[in-house]
Design a protein around this ligand. Sequence first.
Ligand code: NDP
Length: 333
Amino acid sequence: MSQIYHDDDADLGALEDQVVALVGYGNQGRSQALNLRDSGLNVTIGNIRDHGATTATKDGFSVLSIAEACEQADVVMLLVPDEVMPEVFKTHVAPNLAPGNLIVFASGYNIAFNLITPPDFLDVALIAPRMIGIGVRETFIAGTGFPSFVGVHHEATGSAKARMLAIAKGIGSTRAGCIEMSMHDEATLDLFTEQAFGPAFGRVLMTAIELLVEAGYPPEAVLLELYLSGEFAYSFEKMREVGIMKQMDFHSRTSQYGTVTRGARFMALAEPIKERMSEVLEEIRSGSFADEWSNQQPTAMALFEKIREARDKMPVARWDEIARSAFRIGNAR
Ligand code: NDP
């Protein structure tokens, strides 16, 4: 049985008189900093001189260089993008840490794939929110919080776990629950969702769009039916709220009968999908994906430019824009 921590397992007192520095004031950094301050912790921000630093100052934080913030801190939370973190850690963070400091990662990626190896005199922990940055703040304010994957990767002081749980409580995550997990398992699950579940799901969606448009249905109506109306997303939300099976009760009898009887026809697809998913999983676990991505860094921006161009030229991008405008959805509102 997995170990799951809630508010009662965590004590903010473990961080009494300690300074918590957040390195990076972006999606996660801003929300986590505001939540920690509202929880009564002593928070500073270490950031490069960019718009993040300006926002942090406007939010009332004292903003230092990354090096200065780390030097003054007892706990350092690394909240810069994973691909720049090894360089930021080597150059600005590591030289300014002292024995007994706790460093907290919001993703296991760099530790799991040996891109960062912290010195043994540090406590090292994982607090990986299962929530986008804006949601970290909104669920904190709403009082519900959000779940996280947490774990002590290295214990140097004997207080790593207590301090990790105090941070998890401070950002609002033990309200929902934090499940214990290694850096490698967290990174693997995260990458698997991005590289296997997401693309497989996306392929099914694109296949349905192609089929229905070829069958003569108006593209805008097809998109509306499949995802733009929000009905499907709503069912996903109900799946979360009441359970994957019980949510079926919210659908009509015709829908339930059709889903169950026709659903069986797609069972044969499960094996080939599983095979592709296993390949992806193995590439992630062995570290070969991480090696490939590290090697791609010098040309990554050019690659993304090409992907964006190709993506924007796809007919579905135009249909999507027309339909969102017609139905006043999202930023077309
Ligand atoms: P962001 O992309 O929002 O960037 C965070 C901050 O890092 C920004 O202030 C950014 O500045 C700064 N930054 C970018 N490049 C550098 C650099 N070279 N040197 C110093 N600072 C830099 O990151 P996220 O908040 O999305 O991610 C932070 C961590 O949280 C990652 O480990 C990620 O895996 C994890 N995480 C993210 C989630 C999410 O939903 N976003 C969910 C769960 C975990 P600027 O704005 O100028 O680029």
